[in-house]
Ligand binder design. Structure first.
Ligand code: MF3
Ligand code: CO
Ligand code: CO
Length: 272
């Protein structure tokens, strides 16, 4: 049974499995946090190029987050010690920034979560490093389409399963694999909350979407098979078959007649 809980903007609530329903003040908070996430991701298009290290990008994300009056929610989260996740090529998600130098032809996901006035703006986009092969660019384009097709399903009365079903159909029509091990999630005052937003499944199943729900949609799509494995660092997830993987993420809120995307690029830099 799905339980919903109406909460006030000043309440954090608990990670107790309930789906939180938020009001206008919470929407305003998420709008600000989401906008900062989007501005940070916008700025990174001028930074991601051959020769730059992922650690330098992480430093920049931390600086931009702090300058925006926020803190990176990942810093210190379950022992994670960085300001964003940077996932290159066959890394599916949770790539750890460090000495790694980006090179011509790489595809890169950067995932940021500024925590602003107690609200989490969680978003990620893909970046192309120099000249990228057509096959890889197609994967990136279709992954963006998967996110937007998922968002199109998000309105009151729809079911959570409608989102995953639409994403899976589009990915598999292109013969890509949809990662099952990582999901979107409720978001708000909590970084990761109920519900789990799976990116594959059956339409008409799962919790009903109601106005005031906040969650992320963040499909991870592989050029090859859907399987992933975790590296020994305990964070980095890679494709089992070493095929390329792409991901885009938005934080959204269900409104009376559809949804609001909190993390839309103000500059129109939605994808590379
Ligand atoms: N931002 C990621 C997400 O989309 C979570 C990263 S948690 C970390 O949910 F600890 F790996 F940074
Ligand atoms: Co997320
Ligand atoms: Co994220």
């Amino acid at each position: 049974m799905t339980e919903y809980q109406t909460i006030e903007a000043h309440e954090t609530g608990y990670r107790d499995g309930t789906i939180k329903l938020h009001g206008a003040e919470a929407f305003a908070g998420m709008r600000k946090a989401g906008r900062l996430a989007a501005e940070i991701l916008d700025a990174l298009y001028d930074v991601v190029r051959p020769g730059v290290t992922t650690g330098a990008i992480d430093d920049l994300v931390r600086t931009m987050t702090l300058d925006g009056g926020a803190v990176p929610a990942t810093l210190g989260y379950r022992g994670y010690a960085h300001s964003c996740c940077i996932s290159v090529n066959h890394v599916v998600c949770h790539g750890i920034p460090g000495d790694k130098t980006l090179k011509d032809g790489d595809i890169v996901n950067i995932d940021v979560t500024p925590l602003l006035d107690g609200w989490h703006g969680d978003s990620s986009r893909m970046y192309l490093v120099g000249d990228v092969a057509l096959k890889a660019r197609r994967l990136v384009d279709v992954t963006y389409e998967c996110l937007m097709i998922g968002i199109e399903q998000a309105r009151p009365g729809a079911r959570l399963g409608d989102i995953g079903a639409a994403i899976q159909a589009h990915a598999e029509a292109n013969r890509y694999g949809v990662v099952r091990e990582f999901c979107g999630h409720g978001v708000g005052r909590l970084f990761h909350d109920a519900p789990e937003v799976v990116h594959a499944g059956r339409a008409g199943t799962g919790p009903e979407l109601r106005p005031g729900m906040f969650f992320t949609i963040e499909p991870m799509i592989n050029l090859g098979k859907p399987g992933v494995k975790l590296l020994d660092d305990g964070w980095t997830a890679v494709t089992r078959d070493r095929s390329l993987s792409a991901q885009f993420e938005h934080s959204i809120g269900i409104t009376e007649d559809g949804c609001e995307v909190f993390t839309t690029s103000p500059a129109g830099r939605h994808k590379p």
